[in-house]
Design a protein around this ligand. Structure first.
Ligand SMILES: C[S@@+](CC[C@H](N)C(=O)[O-])C[C@H]1O[C@@H](n2cnc3c(N)ncnc32)[C@H](O)[C@@H]1O
Length: 412
């Protein structure tokens, strides 16, 4: 029997989730398989586009359900919003969302699903686009994109790109074109015939020289891959399941901001009910290099490169950054509201795993405008494939991260 006394009466944790005491933590710790390890179990529109270091939609779903229960129309915020998983799930569950990310690419990906048109409307709009009439890619683009695409495919991508760029960041402009652009962005490179490139990696835009090597090793040359049928196939799959009737009513009230999570000056204090977020894990992901082709597609390469995203290997500087980000989150939370911060255990060759939630716990309680943030609980999601000989010092994988460690803070 799960003892929920210490967390909240609202918690309804399933079997197999246990509360554990550990001297390292000054709050209750819950460990178990909090959500399924199976892939792609949530609404298919979540999977329109992959994104580096995104969390599974099951994570925000779990915490929205735990902390907002039957309530509807709450304000759910993600200050490191990435592809918009939190806000999309909040809208699906009948809440309003605020999405923030310093990376304009993340802003586009999230905001392009504020309005989700019907497949019929999207296909009609797509068919009207003349992708043979756009401007030719310039010499530099042909040079770096040539290893990925057949010349005719590249011309079609470039034509769509030129239609999209003027409206890509306009929340009120042409939702069909923005959704088509989002779908095209998700098809740029990958390893099946559904993608536009020769065989490449789906999640990371590798550099042109790496793709040239890839082509040589595989004995491949990019062949013509027509853009329109691939977009149609993908959007039909993503939109196969209807949206709840409240989706657009909620999403119409979303806000999308491009700001440093340490500042958030455009958001009013005391207005957010729940934050569900995941900050960068030190420098484990290079959000600029890994996304260079998507940034090119949207015409924002310079903005992304100069945005000053947090990518720092130094734990001390990370703590400093997170202390400022938590203070900013504390300001926008209403009293009694919660912030769920997902981090991982970060390993590097030869060093013991660094548990990022411990670094945050050392800063708590934290005074913030309008109150203070206190640690309420820690949830550690362990998946079946993870053999945790010792849940605190995970040793089974030597690199990367392999648990979701979600620290829950409450504003008092
Ligand atoms: C771990 S990812 C979040 C992924 C997200 N949970 C999702 O499901 O897509 C961290 C995000 O923080 C963003 N980021 C990095 N530095 C930032 C900063 N100083 N302020 C706001 N966002 C930042 C990155 O662009 C990235 O999208």
């Amino acid at each position: 029997m799960v003892n929920t006394r210490n967390v909240s009466a609202a918690l309804r944790l399933g079997g197999g989730v246990v509360e554990t005491k550990h001297k390292k933590y000054k709050c209750p710790v819950w460990i178990g398989e909090l959500w399924t390890a199976r892939q792609r179990q949530m609404h298919p529109v979540h999977y329109t586009v992959s994104y580096r270091a995104s969390f599974k939609p099951e994570l925000p779903e779990f915490f929205i359900r735990q902390y907002l229960g039957e309530k509807r129309n709450a304000v759910v915020f993600d200050p490191f919003g990435g592809r918009g998983t939190t806000v999309l799930q909040a809208n699906l569950m009948g809440h309003r969302g605020i999405h923030n990310d310093l990376n304009p690419l993340a802003h586009f990906i999230a905001a392009a699903r504020r309005v989700i048109p019907t497949p019929a409307a999207l296909i009609e709009r797509l068919e009207k686009l003349d992708l043979d009439a756009g401007p030719e890619p310039d010499g530099e683009d042909r040079e770096r994109l040539g290893p990925f695409f057949h010349a005719r495919t590249l011309r079609e991508i470039n034509a769509l790109r030129h239609c999209l760029m003027p409206v890509a960041f306009d929340l009120n402009g042409d939702p069909e074109l923005r959704y088509i652009g989002l779908t095209a962005l998700s098809r740029l490179h990958g390893h099946s015939d559904g993608f536009l490139s020769a065989y490449s990696f789906p999640q990371i835009s590798i550099l042109p020289e790496a793709q040239r090597r890839n082509n040589r090793n595989r004995g491949q040359k990019p062949e013509y891959r027509a853009l329109k049928p691939r977009i149609i196939r993908k959007l039909r799959a993503d939109l196969a399941e209807g949206l709840p009737s409240h989706y657009h009513r909620m999403a119409a009230r979303n806000r999308y901001t491009i700001s440093d999570a340490c500042e958030l000056g455009s958001l009013r204090g005391g207005t957010v009910d729940l934050i569900v977020t995941s900050p960068p894990f030190l420098d484990k992901v290079n959000y600029v290099q890994d996304n260079w082709m998507r940034a090119w597609f949207l015409g924002v390469e310079q903005q992304v490169a100069g945005s000053g995203l947090m990518m720092d290997s130094d734990p001390g500087r990370w703590v400093n950054f997170m202390t400022r980000a938590l203070t900013a989150m504390g300001r926008v939370l209403r009293k009694g509201g919660r912030a769920v911060i997902e981090v991982g255990e970060v390993s590097s060759r030869g060093n013991p795993a660094l548990l990022l939630e411990e670094l945050m716990l050392e800063q708590l309680p934290l005074v913030c405008p309008g109150g203070r943030l206190e640690a309420e609980a820690l949830f550690i999601n362990t998946q079946r494939f993870t053999k945790l000989a010792n849940c605190w010092d995970v040793t089974n994988n030597s690199r990367g991260t392999n648990t979701n460690r979600c620290l829950v803070l409450r504003k008092r």
